[in-house]
Design a protein around this ligand. Structure first.
Ligand code: AHM
Ligand code: MG
Length: 335
């Protein structure tokens, strides 16, 4: 039985999204319909994850390799297809672009009237999936700009300030949805008995400094000396603590609520790092800035980066302003 505290008015996600708009314009209606669809995808993925260990054929690898050169998990495909199927009938989204698909997926029946493109990472932190640890989904919403005549989606290769909405779903002990439409960052918790996302926190602000630094230190010898200098700095100063879960959504969520910094620098083998701009770094950067914090490549605001391909990667430093500034000062001092 849900026992909400009496001072909470059980605001649902759909009502909250509508209230982000001052009118009932077409855009307000479209975006709330899209957010409802994202929430439906989240519920479907959440339900599957909660039972995956009991189901035959839900976990493990498919044997395929995706466009990123990574082994594909069955759950990656399931979640990728869930987003496609919930948006197929939406009439709103004309294209979907995801980590798991080399080229965007076109929904011909929604084109050209579909006025939006959804970019997403269906399962972020896939290495956690088979061992029942937290994973996430990340999404970014863009307005269709001009026509995509050659089907190459070149119009998506623009900066992150063009996002009209972004967010993620964290599948943890509870399923949490965090979103922004450019007017603050808000979080919702799925009440499985109601099948509704209920408001948990509005206008979240990331503290200017936090004790956590979150990075895969296994890459230490592959980093640039400036990043090693920063890590040596936190090792030598009191008050820092390390947390790294292998799922960006979970690591970012901790920082959203408690402050700190997440780092995925370039390495010798992959100078651009691992994380993809359009459906991983840019949506989280939009959330970070809306929560009063920062996201950079070390040199440039993540939201200003213009990619040259859909699966473009960039180093990512994101979190509390003072902590990101400190990382940046190490990087820029070396140049
Ligand atoms: P994925 O979307 O294929 O799971 O890759 C992204 C994930 C992030 O969630 C996480 O921060 C990072 O990759 C972990 O990578 P590594 O194992 O190199 O530290
Ligand atoms: Mg990912």
């Amino acid at each position: 039985i849900p026992e909400y505290s009496l001072d909470r008015d059980c605001q649902t996600l759909s009502r909250h999204v509508l209230q982000q708009f001052s009118d009932f314009s077409t855009q307000a209606q479209d975006v709330s319909a899209i957010m409802n669809r994202v929430a439906l995808a989240a519920k479907l993925v959440s339900r599957r994850l909660s039972k995956a260990g009991l189901m035959a054929g839900a976990l493990g690898f498919t044997g395929e390799t995706n466009v990123q050169g990574e082994s594909v998990k069955k759950m990656d495909i399931y979640a990728n297809d869930v987003f496609i199927s919930v948006f197929k009938q939406s009439g709103l989204v004309c294209r979907l672009a995801s980590e798991e698909m080399e080229k965007p997926y076109y929904i011909p029946e929604n084109c050209p009237i579909g006025r939006y493109t959804l970019l997403y990472d269906p399962i972020d932190g896939s290495s956690n999936v088979d061992i029942n640890l937290n994973v996430g989904s990340i999404f970014s919403l863009r307005q269709q700009e001009g026509e995509d005549l050659d089907g190459e989606a070149k119009d998506l290769l623009t900066d992150g300030d063009r996002q009209i909405g972004a967010g993620y779903v964290l599948y943890g002990p509870s399923t949490v949805l965090v979103y922004t439409l450019g007017n603050g960052v808000h979080s919702f918790i799925l009440d499985p008995s109601l099948g509704e996302f209920i408001l948990a926190q509005e206008n979240i602000i990331i503290p200017p400094h936090g004790s956590v630094y979150s990075v895969n230190e296994g890459n230490y010898w592959q980093w640039d000396e400036s990043i090693r200098d920063y890590i040596r700095y936190v090792h030598r100063h009191e008050g820092y603590t390390s947390r790294y879960s292998g799922a960006l959504v979970g690591d970012f969520h901790r920082i959203l609520l408690q402050g700190g910094v997440f780092l995925y620098p370039g390495t010798e083998k992959n100078p651009e790092g691992k994380l993809r701009l359009l459906y991983e770094s840019a949506p989280l950067a939009f959330l970070a800035e809306q929560a009063g914090a920062k996201a950079t490549t070390g040199f440039e605001r993540i939201l200003s980066v213009v990619p040259d391909k859909i699966h473009y990667r960039t180093p990512l430093f994101i979190g509390s302003t003072e902590d990101v500034d400190l990382v940046e000062s190490f990087i820029q001092d070396r140049v």
